[in-house]
Design a protein around this ligand. Structure first.
Ligand code: G1P
Length: 291
């Protein structure tokens, strides 16, 4: 049976964001803004740019603000229309990319990233590949987003593709780490949050994945691993026994780990510096800072 086209992406947003308390007590961490847009909006646009038409949010009862953000806000729109504020209308219309549908499923218990992805299973057909984007990770590229680049590779090979990025050795314990072989970065091993001395390399799994349908099947049998959670990385490691999987190096772009305060602040500064309206003035302000 030939594989279906890649049109679906799963974005897990059920996590409670404890690292950003108190900011995330009543606001989902995915709604924290980078300059003038919430993180989740950048992620949805990256998916749309890659040709994704169906986005599945795996969410939690406390995260309704995310669904509201992508929903129509009739009162606000008619008010802006009445007041003739068409520029602000445009930015509202740009929230959900044209041709993209967003649905949500719930993750009833916080059993891990692998479990969250498995919650999207009813929405993904048997022989359907799918992408996963982790919303904590913002990936900037001046021309072509990370998932769009990975999709190009997927279309040639029809194997799973995982974005990888080198990290300092003392950081490997924070990530999924891949062992790779050869110039085409064929993945031979995957370990979730290894101790530095046990890590197969310093190549971390960044938070962008394209999977063949088999991954979803394997997730059904994945037992709790690191941290007592059902780990996506463990199901991926299983998949390596059956299928070829390639690492993907994101070139000439920049990755911001917005699940971390320092990374989040850096994203704000650098996105502001790149902003067509704010950039110049903000740069001058930074230059004049005396700290
Ligand atoms: C998750 C994944 C990990 C990956 C990381 C990227 O970990 O389990 O493999 O490297 O995202 O940010 P978490 O950050 O949820 O602990």
């Amino acid at each position: 049976m030939s594989l279906k086209k890649l049109t679906k992406a799963v974005i897990p947003v059920a996590g409670l964001g404890t690292r950003f308390l108190p900011a995330t007590k009543a606001i989902p961490k995915e709604m924290l803004t980078v300059v003038d847009k919430p993180l989740i909006q950048y992620i949805v646009h990256e998916a749309a740019e890659a040709g994704i038409t169906d986005i599945i949010l795996v969410t939690h009862s406390s995260k309704a603000a995310i669904e509201n953000h992508f929903d129509k806000h009739y009162e606000l729109e008619s008010e802006l229309n009445l007041r003739g504020k068409s520029d602000r209308m445009v930015s509202l219309e740009e929230i959900t990319p044209k041709g993209v549908r967003i649905v949500s499923v719930r993750q009833p218990e916080a059993l891990g990233l692998g479990h969250a992805i498995l919650c999207a299973e009813p929405v993904i057909a048997d022989n359907e590949p799918f992408a996963v984007l982790l919303p904590d990770v913002l990936m900037y590229h001046p021309r072509k987003g990370c998932l769009a680049q990975m999709t190009q590779q997927y279309k040639k090979m029809h194997t799973s593709v995982v974005a990888l990025e080198a990290v300092a050795e003392d950081q490997v314990e924070k990530y999924g780490i891949a062992g790779v072989k050869g110039p085409d970065m064929r993945i031979v091993e995957l370990v979730e949050k290894p101790k530095p001395q046990e890590a197969p390399s310093n190549l971390s799994v960044v938070g962008r994945y394209i999977f063949t349908p088999r991954l979803m099947e394997l997730l059904k049998d994945t037992k709790p691993g690191a941290g007592g959670e059902i780990q996506l990385t463990d199901a991926m490691d299983q998949l390596l026994e059956e299928e070829v999987m390639f690492g993907f190096e994101f070139k000439n772009g920049h990755t911001y780990d917005c699940g971390d305060k320092q990374g989040y602040l850096q994203a704000n500064v650098e996105y502001a510096l790149r902003d067509a309206q704010l950039g110049k003035g903000f740069k001058q302000y930074l230059k004049g800072l005396k700290f």
